[in-house]
Design a protein. Structure first.
Length: 100
């Protein structure tokens, strides 16, 4: 009998796209976030903070650097990345308390 190949080992990285960032795996940015300008090339969704406040992190982990807070009722825009929301520039400025 022939040897069975492991699934995924023969996939062409030029044609398969990452679910998180949308780039082909050959262009995939490993070990960090892609440039913020890449975010603008994806459809963004609006959300309103429903909890008293939410912490804004610099990375998609609860251990990520705390960079700001968004209070209840604030509307933000961003892109879902797994269980996290990546904020657009305006929403990030709101979290940081800096003018847009």
């Amino acid at each position: 009998e022939g040897q069975q190949e492991a699934p995924g080992l023969n996939v062409n990285p030029e044609t398969i796209c990452c679910v998180r960032c949308g780039h082909t795996f050959s262009r995939h940015i490993r070990g960090g976030m892609e440039d913020a300008s890449v975010l603008e090339s994806f459809p963004l969704v609006s959300y309103t903070v429903a909890h008293g406040f939410v912490n804004v992190r610099g990375a998609r982990t609860t251990q990520g650097e705390h960079v700001g807070i968004l209070r209840k009722g604030v509307s933000v825009r961003g892109r879902r990345e797994g269980l996290w929301l990546r904020l657009d520039r305006r929403s990030t400025a709101l979290a940081l308390g800096t003018p847009d």
